[in-house]
Design a protein around this ligand. Structure first.
Ligand SMILES: C[S@@+](CC[C@H](N)C(=O)[O-])C[C@H]1O[C@@H](n2cnc3c(N)ncnc32)[C@H](O)[C@@H]1O
Ligand SMILES: [Zn+2]
Ligand SMILES: [Zn+2]
Ligand SMILES: [Zn+2]
Ligand SMILES: [Zn+2]
Length: 374
């Protein structure tokens, strides 16, 4: 039996669907700053009842969830996976000091993030809190949150699938789709090489629990959007990630390379670009299409560049196998601690010390090439 009861009542993952159901029966210790707490009863396998007190360590972020502003509470002695999202009413009633401290700290930041919270609430993954203690930047202009690629009129839609496997006993050995296994039983990517990933598709005879269906199930990891000096917005993981973890898909508007070239010039002049070439299957940079996440994208469009990154992209196929229109999945390339910024190398083929000029790089890595090349 798991010790699922060994956490604060109402605790749950910060997901859109994980609306907190918090008990009002807590006892407060209001005279001690920041030690507001509730009592909980834990029953283990032997049915021995143990009393323990749950203390609020801090309110760490807030977000719009199911149409209401909620506050993310971290509990003393518990990992972030036990953080709880509470409504303002719950907070005012049970943890007023922690709430006041959080709001005071937020008050120092002039940024109005309410519109941005509303935008990010369209994610189909765990809720994304936003933290800006750097400047007044809020919601980006003219940006729509999407969860899957959209295609511009000039781009052909990928054809219907013509491939499937007949496996009915899992897709481990001899599967027509995988040939060699892509993922271990925990869904971690097995190879960090460049080869394409083909997942089981809609026509495959295997079920939804097939080991070869990971990226298609969407983002599961808990992320936070954070403002950085010199880099703009960036993304932090709120949980420990194992090497090979699928983090997110890079989605946006799929456009032709010619259109990408035009947009690239304009974007560079404005200082920020969100273009990703679909060239992972091609040598010599030949590619017909690119993904632009400037006006339509998901959390991936906020991943910053690092010359010593902790993630990489891989080409992935689910519904079709047209190499010109592969999807882009982003995986952790090493174990990553909670609180680390998540980064990719925008130009993995660039050479350290190469004197090609681009925008100055502020990645802070010991391997920094000083400039970002696109
Ligand atoms: C795909 S966006 C990343 C999200 C972006 N920071 C934002 O605020 O929307 C790429 C842009 O972020 C900035 N950026 C990303 N990595 C950077 C780095 N290492 N140093 C400086 N700027 C960076 C550059 O302006 C770049 O054009
Ligand atoms: Zn199979
Ligand atoms: Zn299959
Ligand atoms: Zn399968
Ligand atoms: Zn760098």
């Amino acid at each position: 039996m798991t010790r699922g009861a060994a956490k604060p009542r109402g605790a749950g993952r910060g997901t859109n669907s994980g609306a907190p159901s918090h008990s009002n029966s807590g006892r407060q210790q209001a005279e001690q700053p920041f030690s507001e707490s509730i009592d909980g009863e834990i029953k283990d396998d032997t049915a021995v009842s143990v009393k323990r007190t749950y203390e609020v360590e801090a309110v760490v972020s807030d977000a719009i969830l199911e149409g209401r502003q909620r506050f993310e509470v971290r509990w003393k002695g518990f990992g972030i996976e036990h953080n709880t999202w509470l409504t303002k009413d719950d907070m005012e009633e049970q943890y007023p000091q922690a709430l006041a401290k959080y709001l005071k700290a937020q008050g120092k930041s002039k940024a109005d993030l309410s519109e941005f919270h509303r935008l990010l609430s369209h994610t189909n993954g765990p809720v994304i809190p936003i933290v800006n203690t750097v400047d007044e930047a809020g919601c980006p202009d003219n940006f729509t949150y999407i969860n899957q690629n959209i295609y511009s009129d000039e781009v052909p839609r990928p054809c219907t699938p013509m491939f499937w496997c007949e496996c009915t006993n899992g897709c481990c050995d001899g599967c027509e789709c995988t040939k060699e296994r892509n993922y271990d039983n925990r869904g971690l990517l097995l190879s960090m090489g460049d080869e394409r990933i083909v997942e089981c598709g809609p026509l495959c005879k295997c079920g939804d629990d097939c080991v070869n269906r990971v990226v298609q199930k969407g983002r599961k990891v808990v992320l936070e959007l954070r403002r950085y000096p010199h880099k703009g917005w960036g993304v932090v993981t709120k949980q420990h990630l194992k090497k090979g973890t699928f983090v997110a898909e890079y989605v946006g508007e799929v456009i032709t390379s010619d259109e990408a070239e035009n947009r690239g010039f304009k974007d560079k002049a404005q200082g920020q670009t969100y273009l990703f070439d679909l060239d992972q299957e091609f040598v010599n940079d030949i590619c017909d299409f690119s993904i632009d996440a400037k006006t339509h994208g998901n959390i991936s469009r906020f991943f910053n560049h690092s010359c010593g990154p902790n993630m990489r992209t891989r080409s992935i196929y689910v519904e079709h196998r047209d190499p010109r229109l592969h999807r882009l999945a982003i995986f952790a390339t090493r174990d990553i601690k909670a609180g680390e910024e998540l980064t990719i190398d925008y130009s993995p083929s660039a050479v350290e010390g190469e004197s090609v000029k681009g925008d100055p790089c502020h990645c802070g890595s010991s391997k920094c090439r000083k400039f970002m090349y696109f």
